[in-house]
Write a protein that binds this ligand. Sequence first.
Ligand code: DC
Length: 223
Amino acid sequence: MAPLIVAIDGPSGVGKTTVSRLVARELNIPQIDTGAMYRAIGLAATRAGVDVKDEPRVAGLAANASIEFVPGERAKTILDGEDITDLIRTPEISMAASHVSAVPAVRRALVKLQQEMGRRTGGVLEGRDIGTKVFPETPFKFFLTARPEVRAQRRYRELLAKGQAVDYDRILADTIQRDTQDSTRADSPLTCDDTYQVIDTSDLRIDDVVAAIVDRVRSRAAH
Ligand code: DC
């Protein structure tokens, strides 16, 4: 039987990570956070002092990076053997990730890795291009949206809870800037078509979003 692939795409701060974790748990398949992979390359570039817009050097980092996920209540992201889960959740690395994700060679390397991971085990893959580029053939594609202010507010609370000094207006401005970058880049921009089921999460509870996705997958998988 072909591995079960669930694609969850959408802009930043829409709740994809939480929703994907719970959907993956319900369906008993791994969660593959592709944004964390771009963040890992953003971190590697920042640490190495490589300009995130220097395409050949950033591409070199992506080609040589070893990225893995360790499942758990909160999945861990491992880069070259190091747990970088918390290090990649800062505003600085968010912006670096957005820049490196526009580099075609980086995308090629990471998409290949995502396809290998998905084919091996199946999974809930969250990102921007899962249903358009990584696994366009899956019948299970969901596009999560929410108003920018709602997304910025969620990110703000998340960072505050981690004890980071954050400014709401900066997060809102960053959210809007990243949306523009992610949806206007030439290679694999964030887009949605009629093969997706669109879910606006602005006024929904997480559990309702998860239930909508799981029910849809179970009912279609049964046919
Ligand atoms: O989902 P996230 O915020 O962790 O993603 C970090 C960045 O990586 C974001 O700016 C968009 C980019 N990204 C991408 O281009 N393609 C993906 N499949 C996942 C993330």
